[in-house]
Write a new protein. Structure first.
Ligand code: AMP
Ligand code: ZN
Length: 663
């Protein structure tokens, strides 16, 4: 096998594994084996750029930056759907249909996936573009982002038409959505509101590798094209499945409106067992011939109808408003409700967001309130049933002091939340910070869990994360449910955390607004906690992508005497508070302020290694040439257009050797 054949074989194999995993839900190799093969392919492609393929499985990881999405006119207009809400609506619809077409009418019932609509165009079995619905006539081209979605096939299988469009919904399954939110909360970021908005927002991210990190899926429901050789909607769905698309199996072919209603009733009740959200059912006349006869109104096809489920709402009594204190001291008011069945779960609590929200709705204890579970996962109170308000009810007074420690709350200007400023004495803040410190993405301390942390604090054994390093086995053993072995694991786990690299320690410190990414940036720029802690807000904002809010928070953190002491102690215990020596060894600021574009194949160094050298020496790597580019590093087989563009913009072209001399 020559190299090209080898590359093709690997691509085919990986495509099949992708299909088994994402479409059939039936993987035949481990994730680890898959990664090894993918890396092998990546290495071969890197070494042989002449065999580049935009639809290779390696392209799923993204990396393309799109500043402005191109507007594209759809080949087939993307219509909206008419809505129905009752049995009568559907029966009227059938009457209208029967007036216009002859013969029996059958219907395909599908779920109405709640996400963002997407039109995919395939030519010769390859995905050539992906366009959002936009206004129905034209939308935005988001191909680079859509390519990262694993359920979108980049190459088709079987006997597909030469060119066609296929439509689907980009959705974010609930589990993935909740996981993303967990991470956001851990990073001290505002959680996303609902899966639908998060899915559609994802399509417009400029960096496709960010999109690749999101567990999006694409569920298909309609094929458009000329000479497709398909005669019914249901057959279209089956064909799409054969070509490798994800088409939910819940779609059903039925023979009457009565059966449609059964389908609707079934899914209204069972929709909460699905892994994703739906907001109704879509019913389509099955025969494409009949569809043609029926045609379109100005807005929607006459042959399709959405049946919208009612957003589920119940009324229940508000028993009490309590206030939660997060690890950053932020206060969240919570409505404690008389338990009630809603959308497949029993609801006992609802978020009240903040003081303004309570005031706006004039929510009072003992009110009968309407609770809705719409697109949002956490139920919310939408209104108060004023007719049922007790005569002696009193306006809700938002708390002025922390419910946990009694300190007077503050509300920083421009923020919607109140905070407890008792940084070191407020128990949920103290415990929360230590829990964050030991969490998986931070110090990842094995053998120590969140509950044990709470217990250790309660027992007075620790009151900040530096105290962890002085814990002994003997102190821990007497704790509830602590066997000798677990105590030993705990102490060993803490010891092992001394090897965790600086950037993660920085994240673990729990400085407000310093999430994982920001921590990496700061670690790389300042290289040690000493340098970072003496930086002023002005210095900080000069660092790429560090804004004022972050800068102020960092300065504040290091201005607190308690924090200085804790950091000093971490240092004496041997926690990594600077970038390790071997990482530092090759790092300089020689290329500071300079932007490089790298193109072609190199002799003594791989392209990735070259990029790393640029970054290690303080330079920036960009993917396209502009007047801001400082140098184009040209290797073998560089395209003529790059050269032209460099010459046009007066960008000096340098060789691999020139570059290596520079550093
Ligand atoms: P609406 O936005 O309420 O007018 O509803 C039309 C939208 O429903 C379409 O643009 C699709 O994005 C979406 N949709 C979700 N599931 C389906 C489905 N099974 N068939 C057709 N459209 C669907
Ligand atoms: Zn407090």
């Amino acid at each position: 096998m020559n190299t090209q054949q080898k590359i093709e074989a690997l691509r085919d194999e990986l495509r099949q594994h992708n299909y088994n995993y994402y479409i059939l839900d039936n993987p035949t190799i481990s994730d680890y084996e898959f990664d090894i093969k993918l890396k092998e392919l990546q290495a071969l492609e890197d070494a042989n750029p002449e065999f580049f393929d935009a639809n290779s499985p390696t392209q799923r990881v993204g990396g393309t930056i799109t500043k402005n999405f191109k507007t594209v006119v759809h080949d087939f207009r993307m219509y909206s759907l008419d809505n129905s809400y009752s049995k009568e609506d559907l029966e009227d619809w059938e009457k209208r249909i029967k007036k216009m077409v002859d013969g029996d009418v059958h219907y395909t019932c599908e779920l109405k996936y709640d996400g963002a609509s997407m039109n995919l165009t395939y030519e010769n079995g390859k995905l050539i573009r992906a366009v959002t619905r936009g206004d129905g006539v034209q939308g935005d081209e988001v191909t680079a982002n859509v390519k990262t979605i694993n359920t979108v096939p980049l190459r088709l299988k079987g006997d597909f038409p030469e060119r066609f469009d296929i439509r689907g919904e980009i959705i974010l399954p609930i589990e993935g959505f909740l996981k993303m939110n967990e991470e956001r909360i851990a990073n001290d970021e505002e959680p996303y509101r609902n899966p639908r908005n998060t899915a559609s927002g994802s399509l417009k991210l400029q960096n496709s590798s960010e999109v690749a990190k999101r567990p999006l899926e694409c569920l298909l429901y309609s094929i458009k094209g000329n000479n497709l050789n398909i005669s019914t909607q249901f057959e279209g769905l089956e064909k799409a499945r054969e070509w490798g698309f994800k088409v939910p199996k819940e779609a059903k072919l039925v023979n009457s409106i009565k059966e449609v209603l059964d389908y609707v009733a079934y899914w209204d009740e069972h929709r909460h067992n699905l892994p994703y959200e739906i907001d109704g059912v879509v019913i389509k006349v099955n025969s494409l011939y009949q569809q043609d006869e029926l045609g379109f109104t100005a807005k929607a096809p006459r042959w399709a109808m959405a049946y919208k489920f009612k957003a589920e709402q119940v009324s229940t009594r508000l028993n009490e408003i309590t206030y939660q204190v997060g690890r950053t001291g932020a206060i969240t008011p919570v409505a404690n409700l008389e338990p009630v069945q809603l959308a497949g779960t029993i609801v006992k609590r609802a978020s009240l967001h903040n003081a303004d929200q309570i005031e706006k709705l004039d929510i009072r204890v003992r009110d009968e309130v309407f609770v809705e579970k719409g697109g949002e996962i956490i139920p919310k109170i939408i209104s108060v049933d004023l007719s049922k308000r007790p005569e002696d009810s009193v306006i809700t007074q938002y708390i002025s002091h922390c419910p946990e420690c009694g300190t007077e709350l503050i509300r920083p200007e421009g923020e919607s939340k109140h905070y407890c400023p008792n940084y070191n004495g407020c128990p949920p803040q103290v415990v929360g910070r230590i829990q964050h410190y030991i969490s998986r993405k931070a110090m990842d301390i094995e053998g120590l869990g969140g509950e044990t942390v709470a217990l250790l604090v309660k027992e007075g054994l620790i009151s900040n994360y530096a105290d962890l390093y002085e814990l002994t086995k003997e102190q821990v053993i007497p704790l509830e449910r602590m066997a000798e072995k677990s105590a030993e694991n705990l102490v060993n786990g803490i010891e092992a955390s001394k090897q965790i690299p600086f950037e993660r320690v920085l994240f673990a410190l729990g400085i407000r607004y310093v999430g994982e990414t920001v921590a990496k940036k700061l670690a790389k720029h300042y290289k040690s906690i000493g340098a970072l802690s003496s930086a002023s807000a002005l210095d900080l904002v000069a660092v790429d992508e560090i804004g004022e809010r972050i800068a102020e928070s960092v300065v504040e953190f290091f201005s607190l005497e308690e924090n200085k002491i804790i950091v000093e102690r971490l240092k004496t215990f041997g926690v990594q508070l600077e970038i390790s020596a071997d990482k530092l060894l090759n790092q300089t600021e020689k290329l500071k302020g300079q932007t490089f574009v790298v193109s072609g194949v190199f002799e003594t160094i791989s392209r990735n290694e070259l990029k790393k050298r640029i970054e290690d020496n303080g330079g920036k790597v960009s993917s396209s040439i502009s007047s801001k580019t400082s140098y184009l590093v040209a290797g073998d087989k560089m395209g003529p257009s790059k050269r032209e563009k460099a010459e046009k913009n007066n960008v000096p072209i340098i060789s691999e050797q020139d570059f290596l001399l520079m550093v």
